[in-house]
Design a protein around this ligand. Structure first.
Ligand code: NAP
Length: 344
């Protein structure tokens, strides 16, 4: 029976403030048999691709109240989304070599206790890594957030922050396909050029170079913003609120600027929600799981037809996983950040 030393990424301790690489440890731990325990319903998988997601930062902090996802347990392997290949199973639904995506762990091999929660790979003609992003949770977040929460229509003026990131790149392109005027913000000139070039945004700006965000938005939206797809929070949200149009919509997807702060910043311009009759709605991708097959197919089709460009940022090796995850909070990534654990 084959045996391997299983490498894994572990959270050392709970984190307050900005997370650091030293909060993690990548260890080669116990020897495991590449065989499921006899009579078990579990499936043994090899982890191929892991997804880096901003919400994982929240799980690194100990919460007094239960959150929508449980806190990580220090000393335990990190859990997250990924693409896996079955190595062994006693269940006829899972044969060695079968590919799935879903909740797994940041290690080379995982014993998945609830394999029925894994989802199949439908669009095999697209790169498998797409299932960490555009054909997985990222795509559903962008699709459901844009179509279901923003109530978009042709000619709407849409602003999206963290626009060159995994979700942002898709939201901007979906809005362009609908005939919206689309502006994105990002944290470097290189990202701004990609947004205006490869991704086809109408305009983009580097928020780090704008001393007055409210004035910057006024420049791109002289008549105001109909839709704001919120990914960052903080000062950007205040600047947007001041620039919204009457009856505008704000889809609150995330507030990444706040995730490493011990005390969140306040929002000062909320009275505009009243005077401009803004609908501001938070959402969780899990609210729209029932829409997954629809968005998986729609986004796959758009990619195959060349209607959207999809960018990935690929880190090679489990050792790089902590740095790749933390890079989301300093804007290191362009497009979807993922980690390759194994190419096969
Ligand atoms: P991402 O955009 O690929 O990566 C995060 C990006 O955020 C970075 O590249 C960086 O780009 C930007 N950023 C980091 N710190 C920032 C700061 N202090 N101020 C402004 N921008 C900052 O990540 P993603 O997976 O697509 O997630 C985007 C947002 O969606 C996150 O807020 C996430 O929590 C949220 N989300 C929500 C759901 C849901 O169910 N509601 C699901 C998935 C994701 P720059 O170079 O532009 O700074």
């Amino acid at each position: 029976m084959a045996e391997v030393k299983n490498k894994k990424a572990v959270l050392r301790h709970y984190v307050k403030g900005f997370a650091k690489e030293s909060d993690f440890e990548v260890v080669t731990s116990e020897t495991i048999h590449l065989k499921v325990p006899e009579g078990s319903n579990a499936v043994l998988v090899k982890n191929l691709y892991l997804s880096c997601d901003p919400f994982m930062r929240s799980r690194m902090t100990k919460h007094d109240e239960p959150s929508y996802v449980p806190d990580f347990v220090p000393g335990s392997v990190i859990t997250g989304l990924g693409v896996v290949k079955v190595v062994d199973s006693e269940n006829s639904n899972y044969a060695p070599g079968d590919l799935f995506w879903g909740l797994t762990r940041w290690e080379e091999y995982s014993l998945i206790e609830n394999p029925e929660l894994l989802l199949g790979i439908k669009h095999e003609d697209l790169p498998l890594s797409c299932y960490t992003g555009v054909l997985g949770v990222t795509g559903l977040t962008a699709g459901a957030g844009f179509y279901e929460v923003c109530s978009p229509k042709k000619d709407d003026r849409l602003f999206v922050s963290a626009a060159s990131g995994a979700v942002g790149q898709l939201v901007g392109q979906l809005a362009k396909l609908m005939g919206c005027y689309v502006v994105g913000s990002a944290g470097s000139d290189e990202k701004v050029e990609l947004l205006k070039g490869k991704l086809g945004f109408d305009e983009a700006f580097n928020y780090k170079k704008e001393p007055d965000l409210k004035a910057a938005l006024k420049r791109y939206f002289p008549e105001g913003i109909d839709i704001y797809f919120e990914n960052v929070g903080g000062a950007m949200l205040d600047a947007v609120l001041a620039n919204m149009r009457l009856n505008g919509r704000i889809a609150v997807c995330g507030m990444i600027s706040q995730y490493n702060l011990e005390k969140p910043e306040g929002v000062h311009n909320l009275t505009y929600v009243i005077t401009k009759r803004i609908r501001m709605q938070g959402f969780l991708v899990s609210d729209y799981i029932y829409k997954y097959p629809e968005y998986e197919d729609r986004l796959a089709q758009y990619i195959k037809e060349g209607k959207i460009n999809y960018m990935e940022d690929v880190a090679e090796g489990l050792e790089c996983a902590p740095a790749a995850l933390l890079g989301l909070f300093t804007g290191c990534n362009i497009g979807k950040q993922l980690v390759v654990v194994s190419h096969e």
